[in-house]
Design a protein around this ligand. Structure first.
Ligand SMILES: COc1nc(N)nc2c1ncn2[C@H]1C[C@H](O)[C@@H](COP(=O)(O)OP(=O)(O)OP(=O)(O)O)O1
Length: 161
């Protein structure tokens, strides 16, 4: 299964999260967290730093893995995503050919402009929880059919197969 990462940069005092408007690739046009596919020989922790640097030009410091989930398209387990949060980073978020970054208040995250699954787990990340889950879409990945999210998860990588 393809492994991928997502990273959410946070300003906890201001209760703001950084999202990007994705300009190309999977999820083009949607608001997402920076991230992307894990490359051969790379750990998820290395991937998340590389992807955030490539997409918005900042380096997250000590990104913490707080969640993981599997995306299934039809019967096909398509992607295993490692979700990170970071409260500290070097640099200033900037637009790139891949992404336009913007800060959003926690209580004004526009879930209707995001992947359908995000509304079921991103609030847990913003609440400081750890979580694991599975999301089953139709075969084309257009419509979310079933989902299950567990919070308070101590041992991440539980879903990894
Ligand atoms: C199916 O639902 C999804 N929901 C959410 N929230 N995020 C998703 C979903 N499917 C994929 N993603 C995320 C996970 C990764 O961060 C990216 C993967 O995107 P992409 O294929 O563009 O990966 P890159 O490595 O950046 O792209 P290149 O292959 O062009 O290098 O999407």
């Amino acid at each position: 299964m393809q492994h991928a990462t997502l990273c959410y940069l946070l300003r906890p005092d201001a209760e703001q999260v950084l999202l990007i408007r994705k300009k190309r690739g999977l999820g083009e046009g949607k608001l997402v967290g920076p991230g992307g596919k894990v490359e051969d020989g790379e750990t998820p922790g290395e991937c998340v730093v590389r992807e955030v640097e490539e997409e918005i030009g900042v380096t997250p410091r000590d990104p913490e893995k707080v969640g993981e989930f599997r995306f299934v398209f039809g019967e096909d387990p398509r992607m295993f995503v490692h979700v990170f949060r970071a409260e500290d980073f070097a640099g200033t978020p900037e637009a790139s050919p891949e992404a336009d970054p913007e800060w959003y208040d926690y209580d004004a995250v526009p879930y209707d402009e995001m992947w359908e699954d995000d509304r079921y787990w991103l609030p847990h990340l913003l609440d400081g929880e750890r979580f694991a889950g599975e999301f089953v879409f139709d075969a084309e990945g257009d419509e979310l059919r079933e989902w299950d999210v567990e919070t308070g998860v101590r041992e991440l990588d539980a879903l990894r197969r």
